[in-house]
Design a protein around this ligand. Structure first.
Ligand code: ZN
Length: 162
């Protein structure tokens, strides 16, 4: 665990696109200690918010996935992009679809092991992914949440299991 830098924030420690696991080694606590939420997307994009650093004023677009990976996905924003969010609710396209958030986290993180596939967020997450993007195939939606064909076969997708 690194002590905060001289500036007192961790913004310089991360690349422009980064992920931070939730509750792992305190990395998220350290980073978010100086990040204040200044806008939230609202609507159906429940995962998406805008933060700004209280120390260096850097703006970050934050996608918060508490369903599959338990990770934050961060994108550094320039002041113009941050202002567009605050004044016009115009967000960069990268994290607007949960599908894209999961796709990016899938490259960066490990899929969890579920004790019970049907007692997990998997069923409704797959449903929501396919509702949001009708062109998305079931197999592809399952792949985004880390399920192979055998696991997908065990999932009770048609029942009211939620
Ligand atoms: Zn900072």
């Amino acid at each position: 665990m690194n002590a905060p830098g001289q500036a007192g924030c961790e913004c310089d420690r991360y690349p422009d696109l980064a992920n931070i696991p939730m509750g792992f080694d305190g990395d998220d606590e350290q980073f978010f200690a100086t990040i204040s939420e200044i806008a939230r997307h609202g609507g159906s994009q429940w995962w998406l918010w805008l933060g700004a650093c209280l120390v260096c004023h850097q703006a970050w677009q934050v996608a918060q996935d508490e369903r599959i990976f338990d990770e934050y996905l961060l994108q550094r924003l320039d002041p113009t992009a941050a202002e567009l969010i605050q004044t016009a609710n115009l967000w960069p396209p990268n994290f607007l679809r949960f599908e894209d958030v999961l796709r990016e986290l899938g490259k960066r993180s490990n899929f969890p092991n579920w004790f019970d596939l049907n007692d997990s967020p998997l069923v409704y997450t797959i449903r929501e992914l396919m509702e949001a993007n009708p062109a998305l195939k079931l197999e592809d939606a399952a792949g985004l949440v880390g399920l192979n064909a055998v696991e997908l076969g065990k999932l009770r997708l048609d029942g009211n299991s939620r």
